[in-house]
Design a protein around this ligand. Structure first.
Ligand code: NAP
Length: 307
């Protein structure tokens, strides 16, 4: 056999083996986190609640952060059978003092934070000129400023221990794709993605890692059933929060840097945006129909849509 043929066959065999390993590899992460301390923001509902479950089932000790005490306590009751310790810290992430208090209390209680999951987020949709400026400010505070500040607060102890991971939850449709009608959300989520990338480079060799998780459209309070129906009719896949949580744990196990979830539409959009942004401009010109604008303008956190 010629040398070039041998190279081709070796390449194909290696590709096939890689595909088989990915295809038959574990769908549920076997990660064991015995005693690791995981702080999850936005743990009172949706993806944060699912993350709390996934980490608890792997033996992690949990710090649950959000504003709504009753919902946090409900999550505590649900996860308690799986873990040795759960600390609930009601926190408004728009308040810097409350953020400092949360981190101090967690470290005072458990001695450390091993994994910080910056998941809390809210969304405001519609034309920017129609958006409530206070809601936009809250969005930037919760979706971007809080993850940056919480990371600052946990880094000293992680660096001292030479061990730790920052998990930032962005969005497959918005972190790497500047989608209209979500300008401030895109600003926050793209900022969070760049923050994660820069942090990873800054922390290189320190033992501190950064993982960016980009969920697709997910079945949580952020979406009404009507919006979910509409998106499904447009070819989008709606994920379950447990899928996002399990995929995140698998990413941690594999040491991944970025996880792009969602269906083919989101994955294709990220690629086209990177390599042919002109095509995306054309796509959005055709996509922004009155029907799309009416449906997608309803996406938003309950607090903000009812404001
Ligand atoms: N659902 C989707 O389609 C989707 C897609 C891509 C990315 N994401 C991202 O996934 C993350 C979780 O969203 P979700 O879909 O699970 O929505 P969700 O069910 O509405 O959860 C949002 C969480 O953020 C918390 N939160 C909001 N404002 C807060 C504040 N000021 N202080 C503290 N906590 C606050 C909420 O808790 P309290 O109200 O109790 O404070 C809640 O636990 C967000 O970052 C979102 O952008 C969602």
């Amino acid at each position: 056999m010629k040398r070039s043929d041998r190279l081709i066959w070796t390449g194909l065999a290696a590709g096939g083996l890689y595909w088989l390993l990915r295809y038959f590899g574990p769908r549920h992460s076997p990660l064991v986190l015995d005693g690791e301390v995981v702080m999850v923001t936005g743990a009172s509902s949706g993806i944060g609640r699912a993350m709390a479950f996934a980490f608890a089932r792997r033996g992690a000790r949990l710090v649950l952060v959000a504003r709504t005490v009753e919902q946090l306590e409900a999550v505590r009751r649900e996860v308690e059978p799986y873990t040795t310790a759960v600390l609930v810290i009601p926190t408004d992430l728009t308040d810097p003092q409350q953020m400092e208090h949360a981190v101090e209390l967690a470290i005072a209680t458990f001695g450390r934070i091993d994994i910080l999951v910056n998941n809390a987020g809210l969304s405001v949709a519609g034309y920017l000129q129609d958006q409530d400026p206070d809601a936009v400010r809250r969005l930037i505070d919760v979706d971007l400023w809080a993850p940056v500040r919480l990371t600052q607060l946990v880094l000293p102890s992680m660096l001292e221990a030479r061990h730790g991971t920052i998990v930032n939850v962005g969005s497959a449709g918005f972190s790497r794709v500047p989608a209209p009608l979500f300008t401030s959300f895109v600003a926050a989520k793209a900022g969070l993605a760049s923050f994660t990338d820069a942090l990873r480079r800054e922390m290189d060799g320190t033992g501190v890692h950064a993982l960016l998780v980009l969920p697709g459209w997910t079945h949580t309070d952020l979406l009404t059933p009507e919006v979910e129906d509409y998106l499904e009719r447009q070819g989008y896949r709606i994920e379950h929060p447990d899928e996002v949580a399990e995929r995140t744990l698998l990413g941690l196990l594999r040491g991944e840097q970025e996880i792009v979830m969602g269906g083919a539409m989101e994955k294709l959009a990220v690629l086209v945006e990177r390599y042919a942004p002109g095509l995306m401009r054309l796509y959005w010109r055709l996509r922004l129909t009155p029907e799309w604008i009416a449906a997608l303008s309803q996406v938003g956190s309950r607090d903000e849509t009812s404001a």
